[in-house]
Design a protein around this ligand. Structure first.
Ligand SMILES: *[C@@H]1O[C@H](CO)[C@@H](O)[C@H](O)[C@H]1NC(C)=O
Ligand SMILES: *[C@@H]1O[C@H](CO)[C@@H](O)[C@H](O)[C@H]1NC(C)=O
Ligand SMILES: *[C@@H]1O[C@H](CO)[C@@H](O)[C@H](O)[C@H]1NC(C)=O
Ligand SMILES: *[C@@H]1O[C@H](CO)[C@@H](O)[C@H](O)[C@H]1NC(C)=O
Ligand SMILES: *[C@@H]1O[C@H](CO)[C@@H](O)[C@H](O)[C@H]1NC(C)=O
Ligand SMILES: *[C@@H]1O[C@H](CO)[C@@H](O)[C@H](O)[C@H]1NC(C)=O
Ligand SMILES: *[C@@H]1O[C@H](CO)[C@@H](O)[C@H](O)[C@H]1NC(C)=O
Ligand SMILES: *[C@@H]1O[C@H](CO)[C@@H](O)[C@H](O)[C@H]1NC(C)=O
Ligand SMILES: *[C@@H]1O[C@H](CO)[C@@H](O)[C@H](O)[C@H]1NC(C)=O
Ligand SMILES: *[C@@H]1O[C@H](CO)[C@@H](O)[C@H](O)[C@H]1NC(C)=O
Ligand SMILES: *[C@@H]1O[C@H](CO)[C@@H](O)[C@H](O)[C@H]1NC(C)=O
Length: 867
């Protein structure tokens, strides 16, 4: 039982602290050997970041108190955890024979090059090996197959070549195998079918094809069907050919199946209908033919079904109505025929329906107006006939309506112009007649982009309608209409007032919430602070220290529930491994899903971690904000220390931008909204909390997204409360690549450090990757001539509508001011937030013409006008 009497515990803690300080400085021979091996590897590295843990490695102290390492009770190293430290060098100089007890080796997100030495097979106790996101080359050594204790093997995003060693089939404890985004070729070894504990297999983004030594008619070995516990199978973006083995239907635990962008042929096996736990199936961009298998309709948990860009023919089966959980159905770019089945209307959860480029030849059923969750409705380029049903006006969530290039006739129903969320309507190339309804011009707040060309419409058209842009078209049409005075103008004034009023109410309640939460946590906080100051005496080397616990944020979550829900932190609930611990997902008996950040369960903790834990609690208990991750509670106990947060479905921005499929889904509107969300959170922390809070580690890793792609700032492990009139001097913290340049020489923390990191993240969202290349060009003249269109994320369709284009351009303009090398020239977060919500038309030229130089100048002129 962990709900303990705090006062008694505090006394125990203090007693332990004293005991530990005296014992920490002793060295053992094994420590010396391991220290020697690590120091000589450190010397071989040509670079590491200013914030690297390696700065604490020296021959004067035990490696057990260095940053990034953890020892067991005998003083032998069990963990080496050095992600994101800009390490440059190789693994040839790492003495793999010197660490008999090493269980965790994490060197991800660095710049290690050279190959993986086969001696790595000597780390016989290794359970976690993560070398992802480096520049490693050469082949995967077969000796990795000796690491029989491995549960997690992650080598993604390197330049590894050759084939996948058959010996990996010996790693029977493996739960998670990730080799994505390398240059691996050859076949998928059938031995992988022996990995009976595997939960996740990710081989995507390689050049895997057929095993040349054993030519069969499928590149996917049927042995994979023996992976009875597998939950995620990702073989997408390879060169897999042949047909899909029907045995894959035996993967009963599978949740997610990605096979898209390969050369797979033949029928989609009907056996896939047996994968009853499947929630996502992505088979698009292959060469599958035959009819849509009606057996797939038995997948009642399926939320995403993507079969586009194949050669499917025949009609959509009526059984499709059984896919009750479906959110996204994409069967575009096939050869489907027949009518739109009325059964589609049973899919009441559906948000996106893509049927573009098929040969559907019915009229659009009135009943589709019942699919109230629809956001995207794409029936372009089919053979649709008949009129547009006015019932589509009931689809209040609709943002995109594509009906172009069909044979639709009749007039445009007035109801389409009252859709509150619509962004784009394309009705071009049809046989529409009649007048364009005036209601279109009343859509003032967010005018959608519409395309009506190539129809038989009448009305106040521009003289040359065929060659007019939608903007010109709208201007022309609506000027004519607005010239007659109407009651609509009064209406608009009214609505502005409401908006302002709402703004004020939100402002007041924000301050109120901040105050209430400060009061609510006052007791907790004071108590914790006292404990913190006591603790600073012996911060460096404490052991078994964290017995202190506060629990019951709301009395609903109990310690036992967490242990039950995660089967005592079983790896299968792990959704990520971070610098200080692992993150788990837990479904509580109440039905609530929470995320747990668990500090490693090692006997000895290191002080960095301890500080970070305390910080996070201290800061997060003070604040409540829609765009800041919520802390529900925490537990400190020698057996396990963890923090309990709200769970955010989409994970980190970093992961999403790295994932091709997810990044494509993140359209410009969502991206701009995320940037607004982050600025809102930071503006709140800097300007509405007293004392102000500086996050100090804003990076795409620490921005989490919920199911609606709303941003939540997380990871307050390095945050600071700024006392008024004090300039905090500090050791460097933060993530390499996001740290404000002045921190390297002044070490003075101000809000402007967050502003800089925010600017980097905003650019990262627009570019789709870290803007390192752009930053290095900032002062050069080439930079000024770079066109915005050439640097934006190529995975998202180029901006066609003026409004999104304007908002992306102004985001970039603001981001550029945020990364100004002089902190005083950076705007405040409050200013940034205000700029982002008030978006007027700032750019007269078309999006394709805008250059970065123009955007920088724009902001400079604006700032000067203000002075
Ligand atoms: C410790 O390191 C310093 C410099 O890194 C070196 O000069 C010194 O000789 C080393 N001492 C031992 C005992 O290795
Ligand atoms: C690697 O470490 C082992 C054990 O400490 C030692 O015997 C060996 O000499 C080391 N090898 C190198 C190349 O330093
Ligand atoms: C690793 O990169 C460095 C430059 O950073 C280069 O000098 C070295 O040759 C590279 N090593 C290998 C094995 O590619
Ligand atoms: C490393 O492992 C190999 C077998 O994989 C063994 O032959 C060798 O002796 C080991 N080396 C050391 C230094 O332990
Ligand atoms: C991998 O190789 C490609 C092409 O040779 C190169 O452009 C890229 O920079 C390399 N990536 C890394 C991480 O070394
Ligand atoms: C060839 O592949 C089949 C099916 O994957 C397997 O049963 C067989 O053992 C393999 N043969 C060789 C020689 O590897
Ligand atoms: C592979 O080919 C053999 C005969 O060539 C055939 O019997 C078998 O069904 C084929 N397998 C698949 C998955 O198409
Ligand atoms: C399917 O999912 C349910 C609920 O998550 C789970 O209880 C069940 O064990 C899963 N089935 C298999 C075969 O994994
Ligand atoms: C749709 O196409 C099918 C097959 O080409 C044809 O049999 C049917 O009559 C067509 N329906 C309409 C309404 O044109
Ligand atoms: C409008 O539709 C026509 C015909 O489909 C197309 O050629 C044109 O490019 C579209 N215009 C815009 C701005 O999308
Ligand atoms: C790291 O610190 C050195 C001086 O100590 C400085 O020259 C360099 O610019 C810093 N690098 C970064 C990325 O902050």
């Amino acid at each position: 039982m962990v709900m303990c009497s705090s006062v008694v515990l505090l006394m125990i803690v203090l007693a332990l602290d004293a005991a530990i300080i005296t014992s920490a400085v002793l060295h053992t021979p094994i420590e010396d050997e391991e220290a020697h091996a690590l120091l000589s590897w450190k010397r071989s590295l040509s670079h590491f970041s200013n914030a690297s843990d390696l700065h604490s490695w020296n021959n004067m102290s035990s490696p057990c108190i260095w940053g990034g390492t953890v020892c067991n009770e005998e003083g032998s190293i069990t963990v080496i955890n050095l992600p994101k430290q800009a390490l440059k060098g190789d693994l040839m100089h790492f003495n793999f024979s010197a660490f008999p007890n090493l269980a965790v080796l994490t060197l991800s997100y660095n710049k290690l090059n050279g190959s993986i030495p086969s001696l790595i097979g000597n780390l016989s106790k290794l359970t976690v090996l993560d070398l992802s996101i480096n520049g490693l080359v050469g082949s995967i050594p077969a000796e990795i197959g000796h690491l029989s204790k491995l549960t997690f093997l992650e080598l993604s995003s390197n330049n590894l070549t050759g084939s996948i060693p058959k010996s990996l089939g010996r790693l029977i404890n493996l739960r998670d195998l990730r080799l994505r985004d390398n240059i691996l070729e050859g076949g998928i070894p059938s031995t992988l079918g022996k990995l009976e504990n595997l939960l996740r297999l990710d081989l995507s983004g390689n050049f895997l094809s057929t095993d040349a030594s054993n030519v069969t008619n499928s590149s996917i070995p049927s042995e994979l069907s023996q992976l009875a516990r597998l939950q995620l199978l990702d073989l997408s973006q390879n060169r897999l050919a042949g047909s899909l083995p029907s045995q894959l239907g035996q993967l009963q635990s599978l949740n997610i199946l990605y096979l898209y962008s390969n050369h797979l042929i033949g029928r989609i096996p009907s056996s896939l209908g047996q994968l009853r736990n499947l929630t996502v199936m992505s088979l698009q961009n292959n060469l599958f033919d035959g009819e849509f298998p009606k057996e797939l309709c038995e997948l009642t948990l399926l939320q995403e079904l993507r079969l586009s860009t194949n050669q499917l023919n025949g009609p959509l089966p009526p059984q499709i109505s059984q896919l009750k959980s479906l959110l996204i159905l994409d069967v575009s770019y096939n050869s489907l025929i027949g009518p739109i089945p009325l059964q589609l209307t049973s899919l009441i959860e559906l948000t996106q329906l893509y049927l573009r480029y098929n040969r559907i030849n019915s009229s659009i059923p009135n009943e589709l107006g019942q699919m109230l969750q629809l956001e995207v409705f794409d029936l372009a380029s089919n053979n649709l006939i008949g009129p547009i049903p006015s019932t589509l006006g009931s689809l209040t969530k609709l943002t995109h309506l594509f009906l172009q290039n069909n044979r639709i006739n009749g007039s445009i129903p007035k109801d389409l112009w009252s859709l509150p969320n619509i962004e784009q309507i394309d009705l071009s190339q049809n046989r529409l007649v009649g007048k364009i309804p005036k209601d279109y011009c009343n859509m003032e707040i967010n005018p959608p982009v519409i395309n009506l060309t190539n129809n038989m419409l009448t009305g106040p058209f521009p003289s040359d309608p065929e060659n007019s842009s939608p903007q010109l078209f709208r201007e022309h049409l609506c000027l004519k209409v607005r010239n007659s005075p109407s009651s609509k103008i009064v209406h608009h004034k009214g609505s502005t007032k409401t908006v302002m009023l709402r703004g004020i109410i939100i402002g007041i309640s924000l301050v109120a919430v901040c105050m209430v939460s400060v009061l609510f946590w006052a007791l907790v906080f004071l108590f914790y602070k006292q404990r913190m100051s006591n603790k600073q005496i012996g911060a460096a080397a404490r052991k078994h220290g964290n017995i202190f616990s506060i629990w019951n944020y709301d009395g609903v979550i109990a310690y036992e529930d967490i242990i039950d829900a995660t089967e005592n932190f079983d790896f299968k609930y792990c959704i990520g491994v971070g610098a200080y611990g692992s993150v788990y997902k837990a479904l509580l008996p109440s039905g609530q899903v929470v995320a747990l950040k668990k500090l490693h369960n090692w006997e000895r903790e290191n002080s960095t971690f301890d500080r970070s834990f305390a910080n996070e609690v201290q800061v997060l208990t003070k604040i409540r904000h829609r765009n800041i991750v919520k802390l529900y509670g925490f537990c400190c106990h020698p057996r396990c220390s963890f923090l309990v947060y709200e769970y955010l479905e989409k994970g980190s921005l970093f992961e999403i931008l790295r994932d091709e499929a997810e990044a494509e889904k993140l359209n410009w509107k969502k991206r701009v909204n995320i940037i607004k969300g982050i600025s809102k959170a930071l503006s709140y922390m800097h300007h509405h909390c007293s004392p102000p809070i500086v996050h100090r580690d804003i990076s795409s890793n620490n921005i989490l997204l919920d199911s609606k792609f709303e941003a939540h700032v997380s990871d307050f492990g390095t945050a600071r409360l700024l006392q008024p009139n004090s300039s905090y001097r500090t050791v460097l913290a933060g993530t390499f690549g996001y740290i404000a340049p002045e921190l390297a020489y002044t070490m003075v923390v101000t809000e402007k450090c967050d502003v800089y990191s925010f600017g980097v993240v905003a650019l990262e969202l627009v570019l789709g990757k870290h803007p390192a290349d752009l930053l290095s060009l900032l002062s050069s003249s080439t930079y000024h001539n770079i066109k915005l269109k050439d640097v934006i994320d190529p995975r998202v369709p180029l901006l066609t509508d003026q409004q999104s284009a304007q908002s992306v351009a102004s985001v970039v303009a603001i981001a550029i001011t945020c990364i100004h090398s002089n902190p005083r020239s950076r705007p405040t977060m409050q200013h940034v937030f205000n700029e982002l919500i008030v978006q007027g038309s700032k750019f007269s030229e078309s999006f394709c013409q805008i250059s970065l130089g123009q955007l920088s100048n724009l902001e400079i002129t604006k700032n000067e006008n203000k002075r």
